[in-house]
Ligand binder design. Structure first.
Ligand code: PLP
Length: 405
């Protein structure tokens, strides 16, 4: 499997290349060159798999056994989930009226990022050991990412992790999660300022290409393809748990509500949909509503400042992974995506081209709508069994809140 940049200029890379890259050299994000199509038979076979089983199948599909043999891949994934508290790793709780909650919080730090980061760290360690290399992961955090990244990397032989922790901006529990891991390879620094201000020095460091190369620095944020890949399994697992039978024509549609900040899990769901999973995606944002404005009005523009809400993990100005969504929407058109993103980087404000926005509405609006929950947000991923009824806002229970991750 090859990966190409959404901006079409950088040379293609394999999974290992994408795993270590973060951004592509042309500023884009890596995406699979071709998306496989899963047929009904494959979906039926997958429908009885456990959550780790689904992660294994999806990773095998997108990594390639010449790079990572299947049995070794399976071991890495088993190791990644070995410290989860729930025997299923991910659990679907059934509420009333066909409403379900996908419990993604059974990892060590309780953040759903534990799932994808633990696998990603295993992949990194695997390739580093094989190539006898070492990296230092540098992470700024508003809470969830720091804890989960530390947990996934702690004790790894070929990795160190440096976390910048904005003092007073994380919860007490998160602060303790970050400062009480006594492993040689974990380095946490308390810093002044909020997570936006914290991004500045990190950006400066990563802009110094020679420095980054000399010290083998990398980031582990949600633009990393490996994280998106693993998150596809959430959608497959939820789908199969919600569909009692796959004998109907067409296959049943399940609606998944994705709380989003950087649109990582959303991009994962959209790719899952593109390769054949019959889901309808609903994006939940908080007052940081750039994705809402983009879908409704084609207005992809920064607001003045990040607004603090109860769900700090979603208090994000720039939803990086929307670039992947735009690329998919445009039919893998890297020219359109590049023009759009470069204009956004220059002016921080883009009106989506009509063709793109209308495509979204006509073809994908049915599959992607946006729900806004003022102040707080839905911090749960919901699958709605059975055919669609009415609009998103009439589904009860979506105001359930889990603040701050
Ligand atoms: C990271 C995080 C999000 C945002 O996830 P993305 O898929 O990157 O948008 C939302 N909620 C919680 C609790 C998180 O930790």
């Amino acid at each position: 499997m090859w990966y190409v940049s959404t901006r079409g200029i950088a040379p293609r890379v394999n999974f290992e290349g994408a795993l270590f890259s973060g951004y592509a050299p042309d500023g884009g994000l890596f995406m699979p060159e071709e998306l496989p199509q899963l047929d009904r038979e494959t979906l039926c076979q997958w429908s009885t798999l456990s959550y780790p089983g689904l992660v294994k199948e999806l990773c095998a599909l997108f990594i390639g056994s010449e790079l990572l043999p299947k049995d070794e891949l399976n071991d890495l994934i088993d190791r990644a989930f070995s410290r989860f508290r729930h025997r299923e790793v991910v659990h679907l709780s059934r509420l009333r009226n066909g409403l379900n909650v996908l419990e993604l919080w059974h990892g060590v730090t309780y953040a759903f990022k534990d799932l994808s980061l633990s696998c990603t760290a295993q992949f990194l360690q695997y390739f580093l050991e094989k190539r006898e290399k070492h990296v230092t992961v540098v992470v700024g955090t508003s809470g969830d990412t720091g804890s989960a990244a530390i947990e996934s990397v702690q004790g790894a032989k070929n990795m160190d992790i440096i976390v910048l922790l904005p003092k007073g901006h994380c919860t007490k529990i998160q602060e303790l999660q970050m400062t009480t891991v006594l492993k040689q390879n974990v380095h946490v620094f308390g810093v002044e300022g909020n997570s936006d201000e914290l991004d500045e020095p990190i950006k400066t460091v990563f802009a110094d290409v020679a420095f980054v190369k000399k010290h083998n620095l990398m980031s582990l944020n949600s633009i990393n393809w490996s994280r998106v890949l693993v998150q596809m399994a959430h959608h497959f697992f939820a789908y199969f748990q919600c569909t009692p039978s796959l004998d109907t024509h067409p296959l049943p549609l399940v609606e998944v509500v994705v709380p989003t900040g950087a649109a990582g899990n959303l991009a994962a769901g959209y790719i899952a949909q593109k390769i054949g999973l019959p889901i309808r995606l609903v994006v939940a944002v908080n007052r940081n509503d750039i994705i809402h404005r983009t879908v409704q009005q084609g207005d992809f523009s920064l607001s003045e400042a990040v607004k603090s809400t109860l769900a700090s993990a979603m208090d994000i100005q720039v939803p990086y992974n929307m670039e992947r969504v735009f690329w998919l929407l445009s039919g893998s058109d890297s020219q359109v995506t590049r023009a759009l993103m470069e204009q956004f980087e220059r002016t921080q404000s883009v009106n989506l081209p009509k063709e793109l926005h209308s495509k979204w509405e006509r073809q994908d609006y049915e599959k992607m709508a946006v729900m806004e929950c003022d102040g707080c947000c839905v911090e749960l991923c919901l699958g709605n069994c059975g055919p669609r009824r009415g609009s998103m806002t009439d589904i009860p229970g979506t105001a359930m809140v889990r603040g701050g991750g």
